[in-house]
Design a protein around this ligand. Structure first.
Ligand SMILES: [Zn+2]
Length: 478
């Protein structure tokens, strides 16, 4: 398309120095109406980020939204390769700039600030261009100014002292787990985080692939942190073929891949029951399994993260071994978790759903029944503490009698296994469901029952076994 422009204006543009000309073109392009893309769409956090009506291009999916509410200080996006962390960061700053006049942006090294966070293919400049917003960027000063005047100041983590003094109301740190002087960077940044603006106080976004060092673990443990772990698989549909072939594929199935793709912290946590080395993967199919069960540990206790319901499926792999199939745990409504468990029960042709009879009498069993389930329910009673229940199962792992299905997304479960320290932190719903599933498969068979397992409550026909109820599958609750 050509537009008629006054020749005099054209001549004047032509006479501009090339740098000014570039800037002019950039601004014209940024403001053209074809380039007014939104990042956060109207569907909100429930959107999967795929193009849809009104937003015909990829945009933010749930994990790329800042955490809901204002009662957090740190949004820790611990991510695998290719999960769009830079784009998440750039767009978060675009959002924050509406309320905060001074923002800090810290890169691992000086060139990273410029080449990745600002001028990179998903950096601040690109984010502004896509949104049709103007900006000003002074690379020598590492100073980025949004159209509304809000400024982002770039810092290199190699110069932690440069963060001493300046004040900010928000910050974005890219790859903090890999910064050499992160402790100093962090301390200095905290001192200056006192510019008002964001409701609930200054906020920090951390985007990083994981590295199990002290600082990382402290951030995860911090009650003010919202940890969002993002495996590469969450964004694979947006990755181009060659990136997948060059970067992603070689890491698949490797230990490094668990860190780089599945965003797991790999080293052993002191006091955790499971060591990383105990978690073995193996290729097997559902059909190769003997007896199969789905175990549920419902949300509901008052502990942190207790809004997750643990749902784990597993089966017998030969006489004395057990294979963990899937982890379907998540945040559900009561009907939601019951339905998820029932679907898995049908998918793997299981012979029972194992539920914990802990609080509120028969709540869990009744809820599964109310969702239309007429199969076998085994109720287990939590007469011992979580640790006592888990120990014999850890023993089975030590004997290499429990393996995880190769290729299944069990990263969250494995993370919980490796980081849960009995008596501390969040209630481990995934681990609990796993323990119930393996306990049932182990105790329900003819093999030895390890000490500590409340066997009497597990046996079919024992107090936990259930009777058929007089209504059809998915029928009306009576
Ligand atoms: Zn959307």
């Amino acid at each position: 398309m050509s537009i008629a422009i006054d020749p005099e204006i054209l001549a004047r543009i032509d006479a501009l120095p090339s740098k000014a000309k570039d800037e002019l073109y950039r601004r014209i392009q940024a403001q053209s109406s074809a380039n007014h893309q939104v990042w956060y769409c109207r569907k909100g956090r429930s959107c999967d980020g795929y193009p849809h009506e009104g937003v015909p291009y990829p945009h933010a999916q749930d994990y790329q939204w800042p955490p809901p509410g204002i009662s957090w200080d740190i949004w820790f996006m611990m991510c695998g390769r290719g999960t769009g962390k830079t784009r998440t960061g750039s767009n978060y700053l675009r959002r924050v700039k509406e309320k905060v006049p001074r923002i800090a942006m810290v890169g691992r090294r000086g060139p990273d600030v410029r080449q990745i966070m600002v001028e990179g293919p998903s950096g601040l400049i690109r984010a502004c261009e896509l949104a049709g917003e103007t900006y000003d960027w002074k690379p020598a000063l590492r100073e980025f100014t949004f159209a509304n005047g809000a400024k982002v100041f770039g810092y290199s983590a190699e110069e932690p002292n440069s963060l001493r003094g300046p004040e900010h109301g928000a910050a974005w740190l890219d790859e903090p787990c890999h910064m050499d002087y992160i402790d100093d960077v962090w301390d200095n940044l905290q001192l200056g985080l006192r510019v008002a603006g964001l409701p609930g106080g200054a906020k920090v976004l951390l985007t990083s692939s994981p590295l199990p060092n002290k600082w990382t673990k402290e951030r995860i443990k911090d009650a003010r942190t919202v940890l969002v772990r993002v495996p590469t698989s969450r964004n694979e549909h947006n990755l181009d073929e060659s990136y997948r072939r060059r970067v992603i594929d070689p890491l698949r199935g490797t230990r490094k891949g668990r860190q780089e793709l599945e965003a797991q912290l790999l080293d052993d946590v002191v006091g955790a029951l499971w060591k990383e080395s105990l978690l073995k993967r193996e290729v097997f199919t559902v059909e190769e399994l003997g007896r199969r069960v789905v175990a549920i540990d419902p949300a509901g206790s008052t502990a942190k993260r207790s809004d997750e319901t643990g749902i784990i499926s597993a089966g017998k792999l030969g006489a004395e071994r057990y294979g963990v199939l899937r982890d379907l745990s998540g945040k559900f409504s009561p009907n939601g978790w019951a339905t998820a468990a029932i679907n898995e029960y049908e998918r793997i042709n299981a012979d029972a759903i194992v539920v914990e009879r802990n609080f509120g009498a028969d709540m869990v069993r009744d809820n599964v029944r109310n969702a239309g389930f007429t199969g076998r329910i085994i109720e287990v009673r939590a007469s011992h503490g979580k640790e006592v229940r888990a120990e014999p199962i850890v023993g089975l792992y030590e004997q290499e009698k429990v393996v995880h299905q190769e290729g299944a997304d069990l990263a969250d479960l494995e993370d919980e296994q490796m980081t849960w320290v009995p008596g501390k932190g969040a209630s481990p719903n995934r681990v609990d469901a796993l323990v119930w599933a393996i306990t049932e498969l182990h105790g329900g068979g003819t093999g030895d029952v390890a000490a500590g397992i409340p066997r009497g409550s597990l046996r079919p026909g024992g107090p936990g076994a259930t009777r058929k109820l007089p209504f059809g599958r998915r029928g009306r609750a009576v």
